[in-house]
Design a protein around this ligand. Sequence first.
Ligand SMILES: O=C(O)CCC(=O)C(=O)O
Length: 306
Amino acid sequence: MVSRIGRMFKRLPTHIADIKENPRWLPMFALGRVMLFRELAWKFKTAPGQLDLTNTLFPEVPAEKVSERLRQDGLFQGFRLPAAVRSEISSFARRTPCFGNFDRKFELVAQDHGAAELATGKAILTGHFFERVLDCEAARRVQKDPLLLQIAQNYLGGEARVTATRLWWSFPSARANDYDLHLASQNRFHFDLDDWRMIKYFFYIEAVDQDTGPHVYVLGSHRQRVLRHQFTLLVGQSSQEIERIYGRDAIVMLTGPEGFGFAEDPFGFHTGSLAKSGPRLVLEISFGVSEKLHRRFHGEPVVRSS
Ligand SMILES: O=C(O)CCC(=O)C(=O)O
């Protein structure tokens, strides 16, 4: 309990920055975890537009089926990035310096990860590109894909818009402690409280197996919540608690070949996992219905520099 409270305090500067940027974030943060208010927010959903899908990168994906699966399970698997797009993002991420552990004072290129851990004596679990992701034309193309927007509008309503674009490495590390894992959202089930209605697309730029940090999702947990997972200040729950409440069968580990993608409602419990045998490179595009928060657009918490 003490460490949970300690973690909440560490997140406080991030929450204060969010509230300063947009005070309307506060009621969502306070009430958005309660199903009653959340369901109310879904009632404000407006009709989706009909977009021109001619230039989508995913012509084989049936938009209606995706929304149906999202409503039912909170998860749809079955996107695949075209090879040329995937390979351009991969080359970009290999040559461009990223920021270790969300720290802007700590830049590294992925291949130097081992040496950087040795030099600093610290676990480096993630390397985020923040706004640099937008220097990659292929990533921008995915972000602007009309089918992704159409699905988001079908599911969230006509006001759906891109609220975040993130590209990051999850690195294997033998040094990670509890705080590192929380900061990196690895092996820590949680739900996102970034908006009233949300959808996230994840694309694995390199193949991901059970040892390279797969994403894990709890089916149906976006629409069914026990009361103590609503009336709590904590967005995180232990694996044991998740398994006991939602059942082992509801927990899906998402592995897939290079370019594999899936969509999820991140109000459902989910987590990354600690990479063991090699790094994972992920592109994540989030859609929501509220004004985007500037800093959150690239998933940047307020962290103290190490
Ligand atoms: O690294 C992952 O797969 C988890 C990411 C995550 O928790 C999130 O985007 O909210």
